[in-house]
Design a binder for this molecule. Structure first.
Ligand code: FE2
Length: 385
């Protein structure tokens, strides 16, 4: 996140004496990425962030492939994933490869009894239903419908939901998630042609500092396992921090669509990039304005990527029988395109209200049993006339 941010109290010079009221020192911690070359933040703790008291059992949470070599286009009915009380247990990975895990969740309860961090992957939570607050050691961010919550790996967090009616579309990335390089200048600032800019990001606020010793359970996801560590001090004991590495929120409703006289290709919808997949936002927009334009997309061969579309709201112009919360998967190697009738029906239309999130992965995705349980099973034949 190329935007300097600071909260709380920090010393005027890094790596220098910074005393607490009782005269003892704060504990400085560099929280960085990509060795010492990536974005980082410097934070100041009341207690050592290293006070591990106990290491408990670790649980295998790695996704299991039910279909490891998928060639079928699939349609998953996402809202059929059952709500569950616990935030982590509610998360169901449906598609995955070594770069990215894609999942759905309907958590009923807030995560407040323990702390969680993903040590391996950046987490991108898309909020389809629900409001609440992300609480981290670097501050809090409120969230609502349409928000992308980007939580870099290593961030310790809890999540509070205002009600029990929550739906999340979750992307776990084993490569850092950035905004697209082509939207940014040499210094990292978003350029004028970018469909969003720094002003659209919600940054952490309201830094809460807990000066508590005791027993604090932290569940840490690493190498496909959930490790359970007990710490001797409250993980949210930071009095101040500054830097570039922190969670933030971007609303899909702040994505300004790029349109043209004829059909624009998917990259105009790009919102995030990694070295292994892209995330695009399809938002309400005016259609193409050439007098003979066909607004529906042409058939296309996604030779290089598996295409995952998560349908959020509105009528999806190129598909029949699509409902909110559905996921379509179009695997690499076979062409796909508009459903029969939708190509012709789109001619003359002036706008669309569609809202969807797309994840295009550069390597094939494997399909889990959770996905098969909500798979309509016949989508791959739905272009037959
Ligand atoms: Fe496509």
């Amino acid at each position: 996140m190329p935007l300097y941010h600071t909260l709380g109290k920090i010393p005027s010079k890094r790596h220098t004496v910074f005393k607490k009221e009782d005269g003892t020192l704060h504990y400085e911690q560099l929280f960085g990425t990509i060795g010492f070359d990536g974005m980082s933040s410097l934070m100041y703790h009341l207690h050592r962030p290293t006070m591990v008291k106990e290491v408990g059992e670790s649980i295998d949470v790695s996704p299991k492939a039910a279909v490891s070599h998928n060639i079928k286009s699939r349609l998953l009915k996402g809202f059929q994933v059952k709500p569950e009380d616990d935030y982590l247990e509610s998360r169901k990975t449906v598609l995955f490869n070594n770069d990215v895990h894609i999942g759905l969740a309907a958590p009923k309860k807030s995560l407040t009894d323990y702390f969680y961090k993903n040590a391996d992957a950046d987490e991108l939570l898309f909020v389809h239903k629900g409001t609440g607050t992300l609480k981290t050691m670097l501050g809090e961010i409120p969230f609502e419908y349409g928000d992308y919550i980007l939580i870099p790996r290593g961030i310790i967090y809890q999540i509070e939901f205002d009600t029990e009616d929550n739906r999340l579309f979750i992307t776990e990335s084993y490569h850092p998630i950035y905004t697209p390089k082509r939207y940014r200048n040499w210094f990292g600032q978003h350029l004028e042609h970018s469909p969003f800019c720094e002003r659209d990001f919600k940054l952490p606020r309201n830094l809460q500092t807990h000066d508590e010793k005791g027993e604090f359970l932290m569940k840490i996801k690493k190498q496909g396992r959930l490790h359970q560590l007990t710490y001797g001090s409250h993980p949210f004991d930071v009095v101040g921090w500054d830097g570039y590495n922190y969670p933030y929120v971007f609303s899909i409703h702040n994505f300004e669509p790029i349109t043209g006289r004829v059909h624009q290709p998917p990259p105009v919808h790009q919102t995030f990039e990694t070295s292994a997949f892209v995330v695009c936002s399809f938002v309400p927009r005016l259609y193409d304005y050439h007098p003979d334009s066909i607004p529906a997309p042409y058939n296309h061969s996604n030779i290089d990527s598996d295409e995952v579309l998560y349908y959020v709201d509105g009528d999806f112009m190129s598909r029949n029988n699509i409902d909110k919360g559905y996921i379509s998967l179009h695997p690499a190697g076979i062409p796909h395109g508009p459903h029969p009738g939708t190509y012709e029906a789109s001619i003359g239309k002036t706008k669309t209200e569609e809202l969807a999130v797309m994840v295009d992965t550069f390597k094939p995705l494997q399909v889990t049993q959770y996905a098969l349980d909500i798979d309509d099973g016949k989508y791959y034949q739905s272009w037959m006339e």
